[in-house]
Design a binder for this molecule. Structure first.
Ligand code: ADP
Ligand code: MG
Length: 612
């Protein structure tokens, strides 16, 4: 019998490779844009027709190609970017596999016009389904114009598989954004069916983000910056209060390449633990620069996945840096880190456990004192936070309402920084819908969600009780008992010491019963403790599973949630003022520990707008 194995023709091999590299018009767009960037273009124009079905054209002012290179670039494994396998560990370019143009040429009608600045004449080449139709000198501008027409003309299955124009074009925009964000120093233009969709001037990263995602993102970002021996982290992260239900504003770049990486994504999101509601996601635009030898980008043909030699290490550094950025720039001036100012992440031994900074409460902090003479050792950076805080609360920062403040001349009283209670007090208040406390401070209306504020106050008190000032236990004369499941009992035993610091004395009687020997002295504990403990343990467990919250924070979180509804009603202006004092002395008065909004400030302007 005859032998049956034979080598595939280049055209067929390329068409097969194209199946992996070019899945849809957006994949071709990505490859072309990356080639222009590798060619050091400063301006790139992307012209699309019919969501890329009929035309994808990229025009750049980059290096261009010689007459012969213009032919060679369409061969498989033809690249100018690496020569030996070792080069793979020092990749600085987007491309290196040398298969994009060969793939595209196998499944479309491609025309290239290119010229190097030093050459007098340029080159035009036309190729259809891997067959060269024309290759000739031509007058053309410096740089490269590559046009892909009739994509998938010979692969009907792929063509039929494409989604609606709207979807395919959205994919193209996504690919452009991924490239344009991180290469913000390059100008980009996007034209679709003759209409200019996007025009991006060369700019810095923040301007680029705002140019793409809109002006309203401008004030919603904190910078992130960290440099160590093995990684440079830079970029912007979204403020916790602006987290959204969608993940569309999340961009991670490694060595200037957009990548997906679940673990690092988690490192970023988990830094927001308890600052944003469940199901919400922060925006981030984070760039990691690492030694190319410490990563492998060549694990998928589209190079969107990346493997790190030591994920754990990168996880720790990234998580710590995001936490630091949130703390440093948030409105919470009393955030303080275990680390002294700069995270010292240099020279971390490869397998050393990383200590992640934690947030600490400065119990002496009063947001209403002016910012010159703060109790703890605030650094300059933290002082910046304080200014923000002051601006934020400027409306409610001043005063006893004595002189009638006019709009243009609001009364600003200096508070005595050393006075204990220099929070301006209110003289009247309203409680509406049995839920909200409404007060006015100077010209501003403050609407406070009472139970949420209560949750915040309790959380901070509990955390402080566990760490420093235990709550006194009121011993019971006739201890009741509670009965729990085996799993619940085990969990209660585990947190029993912390529980005691919160004023609860539970003594195990047998495998699933506990005597309640005491409850917090400060409360009339006439609620149903059995139900309280069960709910609390449920909550505790789910916090542990979904966020891996530390034990004391978790307990404080779960208990404050259980107790927040049990607040005694606010009966008079004295109680209201005490309540406001307590709230604004907490670590983060504007958001509950589980991430819900606590109050809204309405300026006179906002109220006026209602009546325009
Ligand atoms: P790779 O990018 O992996 O090298 P490609 O098939 O995408 O493979 O491109 C092959 C080669 O063609 C590149 O290495 C580069 O030398 C050249 N090339 C492609 N596009 C351009 C461009 N816009 N300007 C200049 N050279 C280009
Ligand atoms: Mg390429």
């Amino acid at each position: 019998m005859d032998d049956i194995i034979h080598l595939l023709s280049d055209a067929v091999a390329n068409q097969i490779a194209a199946g992996e590299v070019i899945q849809r018009p957006a994949s071709a767009v990505k490859e072309l844009l990356e080639n222009s960037i590798d060619a050091e273009a400063t301006q790139i124009q992307l012209v699309i027709k019919d969501a890329g079905r009929t035309l994808i054209q990229v025009c750049d002012d980059g290096k261009g190609m010689s007459f012969n290179d213009a032919r060679l670039c369409f061969e498989r494994h033809a690249t100018s970017k690496i020569t030996k396998a070792d080069d793979l560990f020092a990749i600085q370019t987007k491309g290196f596999r040398g298969e994009a143009l060969a793939s595209v040429a196998a499944i479309a009608h491609v025309e290239i016009k290119t010229k190097r600045a030093a050459d007098e004449i340029g080159t035009r080449l036309q190729i259809e389904g891997s067959v060269v139709k024309e290759h000739a000198p031509i007058a053309t501008q410096d740089g490269t114009i590559i046009s892909i027409k009739n994509l998938f003309f010979n692969v009907p299955a792929r063509r039929n598989f494409l989604k609606s124009d709207a979807t395919e074009f959205a994919n193209i925009e996504d690919e452009l954004n991924r490239v344009a964000i991180i290469h913000h120093q390059i100008g980009f233009t996007l034209i679709h069916n003759g209409k200019t969709i996007l025009q991006l001037q060369p700019s810095n990263l923040k301007q680029r983000i705002v140019a793409i995602f809109g002006n309203n993102l401008k004030d919603k970002l904190y910078p992130i910056e960290q440099q160590t021996d093995f990684i440079k982290i830079s970029g912007y992260i979204g403020k916790p209060e602006n987290a959204k239900k969608k993940k569309s504003e999340q961009f991670l770049f490694v060595n200037h390449r957009y990548v997906r990486h679940n673990l690092l994504h988690f490192a970023i999101e988990s830094a927001y633990n308890q600052l944003i509601p469940e199901g919400h996601h922060p925006a981030y635009f984070i760039s990691l620069e690492v030694n190319p030898a410490s990563i492998d980008i060549n694990i998928s043909p589209t190079k969107v996945d990346v493997k790190f030699q030591n994920d754990r290490l990168f996880f720790g550094v990234l998580n710590a840096s995001v936490k630091k950025a949130i703390g440093e720039f948030s409105l919470v001036p009393q955030l303080d880190f275990d680390y002294n100012q700069e995270l010292d992440l240099n020279n971390v031994p490869q397998n050393a456990p990383l200590k992640v900074p934690t947030i600490q409460l400065d119990p002496n902090f009063n947001p209403f004192s002016s910012n010159t003479n703060h109790p703890s050792a605030f650094s300059k950076k933290e002082a910046r936070g304080i200014q923000n805080w002051d601006n934020f609360l400027s409306g409610i920062k001043a005063t006893h309402v004595e002189a009638t403040p006019t709009e243009n001349n609001p009364v600003e009283l200096d508070f005595d920084e050393n006075a204990e209670d220099n929070l301006p007090s209110v003289e009247s208040y309203l409680i509406v819908y049995q839920k909200y406390l409404v007060v006015t401070l100077q010209n501003q209306l403050l609407v406070i969600h009472i139970t949420r504020a209560q949750e915040r106050i309790l959380y901070d008190t509990y955390l402080e009780a566990i760490k420093n000032k235990p709550i006194t236990v009121q011993q019971s004369m006739f201890p009741e008992t509670i009965t729990l499941s085996a799993a619940q009992s085990e969990m209660l035993l585990e947190i029993n010491d912390e529980f005691k610091k919160l004023g609860y004395d539970f003594e195990p009687i047998n495998r699933n019963q506990f005597a309640i020997n005491g409850t917090p002295s400060s409360e009339d504990e006439n609620g149903d403790i059995q139900a309280m403990v069960e709910n609390l343990l449920d909550d505790y467990k789910s916090n542990m599973m979904s966020y891996s919250v530390e034990r004391d924070k978790n307990l404080a979180l779960s208990l404050s949630k259980q107790k927040r509804a049990l607040i005694k009603p606010l009966n008079n202006v004295l109680e209201v003022n005490a309540f406001l004092q307590q709230l604004f002395a907490t670590i983060l008065p504007s958001i509950t520990p589980s991430g819900e909004k606590i109050y809204e400030i309405m300026t006179e302007e906002t109220v006026n707008k209602i009546f325009v």
